[in-house]
Ligand binder design. Structure first.
Ligand code: NDP
Ligand code: 2IT
Length: 452
């Protein structure tokens, strides 16, 4: 019989081989590392998972598309960006996952996001495969007309790869309802089809689901609440540090406030705001969503309770819980040590992979409840899948119905991760629980569907 050390060695060798075959993709390596280092107990118990090629197939995208995106700015100057769509795994359903527009986007980042998405989507239990895409286009400071021309050019290539039964993109960093509108319009124009289920995150009047904008942030707060309940506490009265000030951060702050917690911070790439009275979500929405402004403006308008800290890191602000909601690797080992010193009880990832692997280990060793993004931020893609269901049925559900479904799904994901961690000998370790539970679902389907 194969022993646990043998399996660990095999998984290590596999990881090294994957790193070698995918050079210069550190974020992809990190995402693979985090998963492979947790799989030994399930592979030891279920020999079919050691079948040659299974894990290799799981770590290799089914398809990767890279394309040129030329567009003209308002002065007639031509720009050339790069577009990506990585269709990672469709064993459980059509590829599903967002599009990111940010200058840092490259193939390695899209692959890490696609790999995470396969596991996240499996945890929702909703029959969606995993994919991700985007571009190194920077929407900051661009006019609506420039963003529209960019989206139209991007879709002029992307349309041939997507479809309601094939691959269903949505938003991510830099892609919100404005961009989804332009993308949907161009898809409809090229294909001459009203194919509502081809994109999610659509506007209310044309096939969007109520609560989709709120879903990721709301879901993460529900997940954090479930982790606290497991320790005999709840969210009421807890102080929170939140990073970011985009879609995920805004609705995280809104839900925290609604449940009686006190969100003290928000941030963007220029620095952070600390607001002793708790962040005023209406003002934040006005500054960031309506005016597309910078976070310093919030502090200027808020008055005495708020202060802008240029270039600072929110993690230096003492709080009971932390919800990183901006971007990958924004919370490192030093930040984690600061949080622990300040008595943090729970850290829940609203963003994808915001906490470095070393920081995750440090938090777990210190006994902090840690919710990995693939579980904690799955509410967004889950409501996207509910949007697809509404589109297919040509109906729309009430906000209450979607909220009820969301809270049911988040509690279910929490229970699955918790129970799986316990079953495989790591009680309280949500990373191991999430990875193994998702792996079992995807791997079983891949095994049943043969070597493809
Ligand atoms: P938005 O574009 O709405 O907001 C992103 C926020 O993060 C902004 O405040 C932005 O500040 C900040 N940010 C982005 N990149 C950086 C960076 N390199 N350094 C510092 N700050 C940065 O995106 P979302 O809120 O949609 O996404 C946030 C995170 O949540 C991402 O990791 C995304 O993958 C993840 N996520 C999103 C889901 C969704 O449904 N939207 C679902 C699940 C996860 P600035 O404007 O200064 O760049
Ligand atoms: O990371 C994510 O889960 C998202 N950006 C949302 C994906 C989706 O298809 O709604």
């Amino acid at each position: 019989m194969t022993t646990r050390p043998d399996i660990n060695t095999t998984l290590d060798l596999l990881r090294i081989e994957i790193e070698h075959r995918n050079p210069a993709q550190p974020e992809f390596h990190q995402a693979i590392h985090e998963v492979l280092e947790t799989l030994a107990p399930v592979v030891a118990e279920r020999p079919e998972y050691a079948e040659p090629g299974l894990i290799e197939r799981l770590c290799e995208p089914e398809r990767q598309v890279i394309f040129r995106v030329p567009w003209q700015d308002d002065h007639g100057r031509v720009h050339v960006n790069r577009g990506f769509r990585v269709e990672f795994n469709s064993a459980l359903g059509p590829y599903k996952g967002g599009l990111r527009f940010h200058p840092s986007v490259n193939l390695g980042i899209i692959k890490f996001l696609g790999f995470e998405q396969v596991f996240k989507n499996a945890l929702t239990g909703l029959g969606i495969g995993g994919g991700k895409g985007g571009s190194d286009f920077d929407p900051h400071g661009r006019s609506d007309a420039e963003v529209m021309r960019f989206c139209q050019s991007f879709m002029t290539e992307l349309y041939r790869h997507i479809g309601e039964h094939t691959d269903v993109p949505a938003g991510d960093i830099g892609v919100g309802s404005r961009e989804i509108g332009y993308l949907f319009g161009q898809y409809r124009r090229i294909t001459n089809r009203w194919e509502a289920g081809v994109l999610t995150g659509k506007g209310q009047g044309w096939g969007g689901s109520l609560i989709r904008p709120e879903a990721t942030g709301y879901g993460n707060v529900l997940f954090a609440g479930a982790m606290l309940r497991e320790r005999g506490e709840d969210l009421e009265g807890q102080t929170a540090v939140v990073s970011g000030s985009g879609n995920v951060a805004i609705y995280t702050i809104e839900k925290l406030t609604e449940l009686g917690a006190n969100p003290l911070t928000c941030s963007d790439s220029s620095g952070y705001v600390i607001d002793e009275k708790g962040v005023d979500v209406a003002l934040l929405k006005q500054v960031k969503e309506v005016e597309r402004g910078r976070i310093g403006t919030y502090a200027e308008r808020r008055g005495a309770s708020a202060r802008f800290v240029p270039g600072g890191r929110v993690w230096e602000v003492p709080a009971d819980i932390a919800l990183p909601s901006a971007t990958q690797n924004e919370l490192d080992e030093n930040d984690a040590a600061t949080l622990v010193r300040n008595g943090v009880k729970a850290v829940s990832e609203g963003a994808n992979m915001p906490v470095t692997l070393e920081a995750v280990h440090l938090l777990q060793r210190a006994g902090v409840a840690f919710g990995p993004g693939k579980a904690a931020n799955a509410g967004g893609v889950a409501v996207s899948a509910l949007e697809m269901a509404q589109n297919h049925a040509r109906t729309s559900w009430t906000a209450q119905r979607v909220q009820d479904e969301l809270s049911h799904i988040m509690n279910d994901i929490h229970t699955t991760c918790h129970e799986t961690a316990e079953r495989y000998g790591s009680p309280g370790d949500y990373v191991t629980g999430a990875n193994i539970a998702a792996f079992e679902r995807v791997a079983d389907s891949m095994l049943a569907q043969g070597v493809i």
